[in-house]
Write a protein that binds this ligand. Sequence first.
Ligand code: GDP
Length: 372
Amino acid sequence: NQDEEKLTEYMDELEFLAFTAGATVQKRFTQKLTQPDSKTFIGSGKALEIKEYVKENEIGTVIFDDELSPSQLKNLEREMEVKILDRTNLILDIFAQRAQTSYARTQVELAQYQYLLPRLTRMWTHLERQKGGIGMRGPGETEIETDRRIIRDRITLLKDKLKTIDKQMATQRNNRGKVVRAALVGYTNVGKSTLMNSLSKSEVFAENKLFATLDTTVRKVVIGNLPFLLTDTVGFIRKLPTQLVESFKSTLDEVREADLLIHVVDISHESFEDHIESVNHVLMEINAHQKPMIMVFNKIDDFSYEKKDDDDLTPSTKKNVSLEEWKKTWMAKSKYPTVFISALKKENFPEMKKLIYDEVMKIHISRFPYND
Ligand code: GDP
């Protein structure tokens, strides 16, 4: 039954992603397989079931929660006669819509071409079919080769462009001198921008969608006369496409080069423990897991708790653990300073600020040991 709960959470998240990209979801399909089908990812019976539903209800797109191989995509599209998106494609689409600076746009474009390159043949079969089933003769391999070359050249160009901006950004970071730098990290939509806003009194875009934050913003924050720089970074997400991890290198450099990480967690979300793991996983990947960290559990105002009756014999679920119990658990097991807040209602801000102040001060003192 825990598997089923997980599955619902994953599908909820996928639906939220689809909503962020601008789609409305009509129906969910799931299938249990010990191993995905190498040719079509799902079984043929399930594919047929979806195909019929799509036809009957005039559905435009079918979205898969995993990354499909180029041939799986091609086979599924052919079999179900509908546009297929996989998770990577969907996430890339959202990033493309939301990229605001030229840097972010370049990063997304690069990731999109890297995704497209091995899937190029699919577009051709597609076009051929539209032209009336000329079959495999069509425009032929040479044109696909030409297209591949154009895309490869474009990828090289974009990488060069990014390298140049990376250098500029590295210089900018160096110029920030010895001021302590803290970076907000956390799963997407946990409240990083909101916290940034209330700490720096600036207006950073915050909304209830996934990846509202694409570009990093840096703000000067002062707590008790102690100034430091605070960076808001892109939200991490489960199964972040590898193309993105690669091309958002510089965004992640802000994290890698930070002196202190402020890990924001949405305690009102049922899968918050999974989210913590996903974030720690990315931190490992970029080799930033050994930095000083503060755990900030956010959205305590939105925490819901279903109290169990004493004679209720059904096993405990996450839902009937109270906030107090979570606090006790995490205070005991976290090796980092930990605090529970509401960024929206500014609850427990003095306590959080004290923690941040202490950590920043420690780093500051280690840097300027002879100052008073
Ligand atoms: P980010 O993606 O981590 O930067 O998250 P945002 O700051 O954009 O916040 C995502 C959503 O959560 C927004 O709708 C916020 O208003 C909401 N939010 C942020 N902090 C809190 C909080 O403490 N309590 C509640 N109830 N909602 C919050």
